[in-house]
Design a protein around this ligand. Structure first.
Ligand SMILES: Cc1cc2nc3c(=O)[nH]c(=O)nc-3n(C[C@H](O)[C@H](O)[C@H](O)COP(=O)(O)OP(=O)(O)OC[C@H]3O[C@@H](n4cnc5c(N)ncnc54)[C@H](O)[C@@H]3O)c2cc1C
Length: 417
């Protein structure tokens, strides 16, 4: 085990500097593992951690082509919430939010969870009706929800333009208080450190280029830029590249990949203490701990594997945010970036076996898989360890595309994060 982080350890390190140990050490890939996970994002790392902590499996490697957390996990706008419509999704995402609530302690790593709430604005009578339906669904599913009047929204978010002349009138809001943000890098690093301390190998700068197959056509390992690695089971958790890896293994996924971009302004003093989301403008905004305004909008318009966003979509995001918060129009834009997200037609994830024996996949989280890292890891570890679907993940298998039992969360993952 790694030494524990604590106030005392911090004091000791301050008094006697230079004695620290790395959070995890770089590993040379071995020639054989029980389980290989392709992709060192949040989902891959969480899967590795739960394989060791929940199932006692330690002969496991996470194979990452770049650096851990360098994919969507390190590019996302860090919103966590569980305000979904259908019971299957509500169960899945609320399990995840509950795990987030104790994750800092579980991993002994400060993930900077900030349950500052998420306010979905209603700009029309139709929005009010839709919000009432969502709130009812959330209450039925045992999830906290509040319907707010225009005045209550105005008092919670004083920076918002709720004046009669506002470009987008505000008629009310749907709030989830337990929603909020968590630090993305810390989630990846926390899982990596905890997994490594339980014996998991984390191999960076190692790209999986193909799959090794046995006599029966099942997968028995991976072919990588650092050599062949045998494995009894292989799990893919490589958002943005899921379709590419599936094609290498010889099957197709019902997924289209798009660029999704985000941006931050220059930092300013604290002025927004919740996450505000507006369906009509297709944008949302929160303020980071550093003071930057973190903004995001819709997907880019065309399918792509390029990790950059188009100017037109970026302009829409900025225009939308400024029409809601005119005061932010004075700020300079500091950075813009994009990730590639895997979008499934019913806007729900896939945690499933595949048509290829011994090969499993966790993908299709689209624009909203950061909030699902704990449950994605938990249920994918269960599947890889036991070969059977975890009850929470059971509705999210590939079979739903042949049975027709889709879980259409397009409304709840709308602009979707
Ligand atoms: C701009 C943006 C904003 C977002 N905002 C939110 C939000 O606010 N809330 C939310 O819940 N979600 C959000 N998301 C979605 C969220 O980021 C993703 O759903 C989630 O991070 C997916 O995690 P992952 O571990 O599956 O994938 P990733 O973090 O992308 O990790 C996959 C890893 O696989 C690696 N890989 C790929 N191919 C190979 C290969 N052949 N060999 C080895 N390694 C490989 C990649 O390098 C990558 O590191 C956002 C996404 C973006 C892009």
């Amino acid at each position: 085990m790694k030494s524990r982080y604590s106030a005392l350890a911090l004091l000791k390190a301050a008094m006697f500097p230079g004695g620290g140990t790395p959070a995890w050490t770089e590993c040379e890939p071995k020639t054989r593992y029980d389980i290989v996970i392709v992709g060192g994002g949040g989902h891959g790392l969480a899967t590795a951690y739960y394989l060791a902590s929940n199932h006692g499996l330690r002969n496991v490697a996470v194979i990452e082509r770049g650096w851990i957390g360098g994919g969507n996990t390190g590019r996302n706008t860090t919103v966590v919430r569980s305000n979904y419509l259908y019971p299957e999704s509500a169960r899945l995402y609320d399990f995840s939010l509950k795990r987030y609530e104790t994750l800092g302690r579980d991993l002994n790593f400060n993930i900077m969870l900030s349950q500052r709430g998420l306010m979905l604005l209603a700009h029309s009578r139709h929005d009010l009706e839709t919000h009432a339906r969502s709130a009812n669904a959330m209450w039925m599913n045992g999830i906290d929800a509040e319907l707010l009047s225009r005045e209550e929204v105005a008092s919670r978010v004083p920076l918002l333009d709720v004046s009669a002349g506002a470009r987008f009138p505000v008629l009310g809001g749907l709030n989830q208080r337990r929603a909020g943000t968590a630090r993305h890098d810390a989630v990846a690093w926390g899982y990596a450190r905890a997994a490594h301390s339980l014996g998991i190998d984390i191999v960076q700068n190692c790209e999986v280029k193909g799959f090794l197959k046995g006599g029966n056509g099942g997968v028995c390992g991976v072919d990588t830029t650092r050599g062949r690695i045998a494995a009894e089971r292989v799990g893919i958790a490589a958002a943005g590249q899921s379709t590419v890896l599936a094609a290498l293994a010889g099957f197709q996924l019902p997924i289209t990949s798009y660029a999704l971009q985000a941006m931050v302004s220059e930092p300013v003093k604290p002025c927004l203490d919740t996450v505000v989301l507006s369906g009509a403008t297709g944008t949302y905004v929160s303020q980071s701990d550093k003071g930057e305004m973190v903004m995001r909008g819709a997907l880019d318009f065309y399918a792509s594997y390029a990790q950059r966003g188009s100017i037109a979509v970026g302009q829409n995001v900025i225009g939308g945010v400024i029409s809601l918060f005119p005061a932010l129009g004075h700020l300079a834009l500091l950075r813009q970036w994009a990730g590639i997200v895997d979008v499934v037609h019913d806007s729900s994830p896939i945690i499933s076996g595949t048509p290829v024996e011994n090969l499993y996949i966790n993908c299709g989280w689209g624009t909203g898989g950061f909030k699902a890292i704990p449950v994605g890891g938990w249920t994918f570890a269960h599947l890889l360890a036991t070969g059977a679907s975890h009850e929470l993940a059971e509705p999210f298998q590939l079979q739903r595309f042949t049975s027709g039992r889709l879980i259409d969360e397009a409304a709840a993952s709308g602009i979707a994060h």
